[in-house]
Design a binder for this molecule. Structure first.
Ligand code: BGC
Length: 490
């Protein structure tokens, strides 16, 4: 094998100090949707409407972690993770959405988790926003309303005040693209606003501004005392040309600028603001379509400066790769105006090995390319891989998930060892099966299986949980993994 410094026989060592963890998100695991004084989130409302979720399930109960969080921590101890990434439900902790009222029950719940993690030497990594906006803020326009920047600032400051003495890694926002494009441009995720080519771009700008505001609050008011770090997590599935033709290659580049650059360029590039290519393309199309101004809002010069440099690390979620062709793009393929029409390309996942969801196919070389893209276009920041994982329909024997993790970790080590990408941690999505948004409970991403038929929500480690446990213990990838599976319950 030609893996270089960290390889011996069939083991490949992780870099010294490299951290390993798992992730979840509040709406996907907590349940207790109306427990105590919790207010509804836009996901509660979305799921309570007919025909929004493929299998007609909801996150009302999910894994019941609101009740059973102690067992989640037992599972984390079983794996011996370095850290646990989880999110706070804004309407659970602030039932009015504003800091005028802090929920006793919500505060106790998150304090219990954080304290229990620390007692067990597991570092809490908190995501402030993983998609469950309070419904009353959505009623006021949600991410399409510029005032959300103030609302998010107040929420973020309150969380730093409540938990920042113990929490040292903050992720402001999880996946701005999914929030803006799938929530406000397509009816795919809550709130399900179908304002394609208009509402989505408003949300894009406000998500970026809200993140920057939350970072500045941490930087100015808390950093010196609390000594933590704060950043954003961006979905960085790779996009590339379907063929080597110059126009397909250009389509791949444009797709990266739209899908990732819209969020990374304002924050991580030296120049700041939205990528030139996106500004030009949306500006020209808007004019040709009869709009008096670009559908993509502008940043003022002050805003460009304000947003630049507002992340202490690059939170990197990666699942798969998608391939773009301008040659195969036809008029009428997408609504006009729309984000997809603006990108102006046909796309496909090609015939790579599939998982149980369309957006996750097995393309391990894509993670290496994506990590290099961050290194090259974002000033080589420290990268925390905050999600990576594979979907099945269930079963404790999940060899395919192990293969996926093995291949993606090997490609990640290529990016570190050979390409010098500055990757400092890796997070498996997910600790356990949970509510997979529009797909519902049927799709399983867990290292642990959750039995939704059982009121106690019994959790059992899959084969992949044993594999991850061993990876954490040995800090090395075994090329030929031998199963040590036995059936146990939490
Ligand atoms: C999200 C997770 C989700 C995962 C798998 C990511 O986009 O952050 O919440 O479950 O993908 O689809």
């Amino acid at each position: 094998m030609q893996y270089g410094r960290n390889c011996w026989l069939d083991m490949r060592k992780l870099p010294d100090g490299f951290k390993l963890g798992v992730a979840t998100a509040a709406y996907q695991i907590e349940g207790g949707w109306n427990a105590a004084d919790k207010a509804p989130s836009m996901w509660d409302n979305f799921c309570h409407k007919p025909s929004k979720i493929a299998d007609n399930t909801t996150g009302d109960d999910a894994c019941k972690s609101y009740e059973y969080y102690k067992r989640d921590i037992e599972m984390l101890k079983f794996l011996s993770v370095d850290f646990y990434r989880f999110s706070i439900s804004w309407p659970r902790i602030l039932p009015t959405s504003f800091p005028n009222k802090i929920s006793e029950a919500g505060l106790t719940y998150y304090n219990n988790i954080i304290n229990e993690l620390l007692v067990n030497n597991i570092e809490p990594v908190i995501t402030l926003y993983h998609w469950d906006l309070p419904q009353n803020l959505q009623d006021l326009g949600g991410w399409a309303n510029p005032l959300i920047v103030d609302w998010f600032e107040d929420y973020a400051r309150t969380m730093y005040q409540l938990f920042g003495d113990r929490v040292k890694t903050w992720i402001t926002i999880n996946e701005p693209k999914q929030i803006a494009i799938y929530g406000y441009g397509l009816p795919r995720l809550a709130p399900g606003i179908n304002s394609h080519g208009i509402g989505d771009y408003l949300a894009v700008k406000h998500v970026v501004m809200a993140h920057a505001r939350a970072w500045h609050v941490y930087d100015k008011e808390f950093r010196a005392k609390q000594k933590g770090i704060c950043g954003i997590t961006i979905a960085l599935d790779y996009r590339e040309g379907m063929t080597d033709s110059p126009s397909d290659m250009q389509a791949g580049k444009d797709a990266m600028d739209f899908e990732v650059g819209l969020y990374s360029h304002p924050i991580f590039s030296t120049k700041g603001g939205f990528p030139d290519s996106v500004v030009r393309i949306v500006g020209e199309k808007s004019a040709a379509q009869g709009f008096f101004r670009s559908r993509l809002p502008e940043f003022t010069p002050e805003e460009i400066e304000y947003v630049k440099g507002t992340s202490d690390f690059f939170g990197f979620n990666h699942y798969s790769s998608r391939f773009y062709s301008r040659e195969k793009f036809e008029k009428g393929m997408y609504p006009v105006p729309s984000y997809d029409d603006d990108i102006g390309a046909y796309y496909s996942y090609m015939d790579y090995e599939k998982s149980a969801v369309i957006h996750v196919t097995v393309v391990p070389q894509g993670i290496r390319k994506a990590l290099n893209w961050v290194k090259d276009t974002c000033n080589n920041p420290p990268i925390m891989i905050t999600e990576n994982g594979f979907a099945t329909y269930g079963g404790l024997d999940d060899e395919k998930r192990i293969m996926y993790y093995n291949k993606y970790l090997n490609a990640t080590l290529d990016a570190i060892d050979i390409d010098n990408c500055n990757v400092i941690s890796y997070t498996a999505w997910s600790l356990m099966d949970n509510f997979e948004w529009g797909f519902g409970l049927r799709i399983k991403f867990g290292l642990f299986e959750v039995d939704y038929e059982d009121d106690f929500r019994t959790r059992k480690p899959r084969n992949s949980a044993f594999w991850y446990k061993k990876l954490i213990a040995t800090r090395a990838i075994e090329q030929d993994y031998k199963t040590e599976f036995k059936e146990i319950s939490f």
